[in-house]
Design a protein around this ligand. Structure first.
Ligand code: SAH
Ligand code: SF4
Length: 413
């Protein structure tokens, strides 16, 4: 992987070739206000109408969820025709929607260039949370995370990030009654990828989502989770203003570096100091520390006491979310014993810090934290296995012809 001077990994950019399915038109889904205004001005809508038309189209696309210009009833017929000549309102494709028996829904979404990411809807009694991806894969390779094992990585565009919410709202039938009948009440940037390594697109997407004349989600209902990309944490608070969650998972550098390689770059102390400086961090708006419970790795009583000590040292208004480790095929880790998770939680509570244990959701459809990895990638492994078998068979017959052994690398580990 290449690294830029700022230290951010370079990811492959989305394919720049035109998307045939758009029929030569511009897809306006995911444009922000300024872009939409420019696009509308550029197709020859009279200048004095541009502002009004932009507001109208914005309302229909983001508040009402329509995907046809014919439905935009307060827009004059001739302008509707002009819009339809040049634009299209197109969601990415849902390749697979899986519904868990606990109500969790997982969507596998394929973008125009064929790359895929997952989005998860988690209904609870008092809220419905959508877990959104910010990248295809992730460059950070945390050892306990399935997403981190994906090889192909690229940033999602702002449009692709917003589209995940649009698709979930379609599936949940939420547009009929956009404000009262909300089923997605909260958003967490906790799907695939490190959102702070895709800062500009994530910021733009969240601004679209928070717009008062569009989807209207309050920043208080949005949480961004980072593995601790220190240089961008302050910016996140200042420029986006959403709640912050930090994947801590260990409080000493040895263990954290072992399970989260990013700790080599930004140590536990640096991460906690950045939390202390997070704009707007006060008691009403605490920082959440995520802590995956890994048996024999980070789950001792001493670890719990150290966690309390560190949070106190930095005087952090914090809450700890204990996540029972969610296993995935091929992982070396195990989830801590239930009693130990409970003990850990008690110790942190006794230290005056709230430490609820997160109930795993959607485990039956592999939709829980850290289990996301697109099916195409899983399939390609199966394909690789088939290819490897074919190569091995070919080699065998070669070897029997030539009497020389062949060595093949299947890429499978
Ligand atoms: N990349 C961001 C956001 C996504 S992950 C981040 O790391 O913060 C959401 C949370 O699930 C993170 O705290 C992540 O560390 C955690 N997680 C990853 N794999 C997990 C697993 N297998 N079991 C439990 N939690 C996991
Ligand atoms: Fe990336 Fe987050 Fe998974 Fe780490 S836990 S590999 S940062 S998605």
């Amino acid at each position: 992987m290449q690294v830029t001077p700022s230290g951010n990994p370079v990811v492959v950019s989305p394919r720049a070739t035109p998307d045939d399915s758009l029929d030569g038109k511009q897809n306006i889904l995911g444009l922000d206000r300024a872009e939409l205004k420019d696009a509308i001005a550029a197709i020859g809508v009279p200048e004095r109408q541009v502002r009004m038309r932009t507001s109208q189209v914005w309302h229909w696309v983001y508040h009402r969820g329509v995907s046809s210009f014919d439905d935009m009833l307060n827009v004059s017929k001739d302008v509707r025709a002009k819009l339809a000549d040049h634009f299209i309102i197109k969601r990415p494709e849902i390749v697979e929607a899986q519904y868990s028996n606990d109500g969790t829904r997982k969507y596998l979404i394929r973008f125009a260039d064929g790359n895929e990411a997952e989005t998860v809807y988690i209904p609870e009694e008092d809220r419905g949370t959508l877990c959104i991806s910010s990248q295809v894969g992730c460059t950070l390779n945390c050892k306990f995370c399935h997403t981190g094992t994906m090889k192909l990585v690229r940033n999602l565009t702002a449009a692709e990030i917003v589209a995940q919410l649009m698709i979930a709202r379609d599936d949940l039938g939420e547009w009929e009654n956009p404000t009262e009948g909300r089923r997605v009440t909260n958003i967490v940037m906790m799907g695939m990828g490190e959102p702070l390594y895709n800062f500009d697109n994530v910021k733009k997407a969240l601004e679209i989502v928070m717009d008062e004349e569009g989807i209207q989600l309050s920043r208080r209902r949005i949480t961004l989770s980072t593995s601790g990309v220190v240089p961008h944490m302050e910016r996140c608070g200042r420029e986006i203003g959403v709640n912050l969650a930090v994947s801590l998972h260990a409080v000493n550098d040895d263990v954290r570096t072992d399970i989260m390689p990013i700790n080599k770059k930004y140590s536990v102390d640096q991460v906690l100091a950045a939390c202390a400086n997070y704009p707007g961090a006060h008691n009403a708006r605490r920082i959440t520390f995520e802590y995956a419970m890994l048996k024999g790795v980070n789950d001792s009583d001493q670890d719990a006491r150290d966690l309390v000590r560190m949070i106190r040292k930095y005087k952090l208004p914090a809450k700890v979310n204990l996540i029972p480790f969610n296993p995935w095929p091929g992982t070396d880790y195990e989830c801590s014993e239930w009693d130990q998770i409970q003990r850990f939680s008690d110790i942190v509570y006794e230290g005056g810090i709230s430490a609820p244990i997160r109930t795993p959701r959607g485990r039956d459809i592999m939709a829980a934290c850290g289990q996301l990895k697109s099916a195409s990638e899983k399939k390609s492994k199966a394909e690789l296995a088939r290819e490897a078998a074919a190569v091995a068979a070919a080699n065998q017959s070669d070897a029997s012809h030539q009497g020389a052994p062949h060595h093949t690398s299947t890429g499978l580990t």
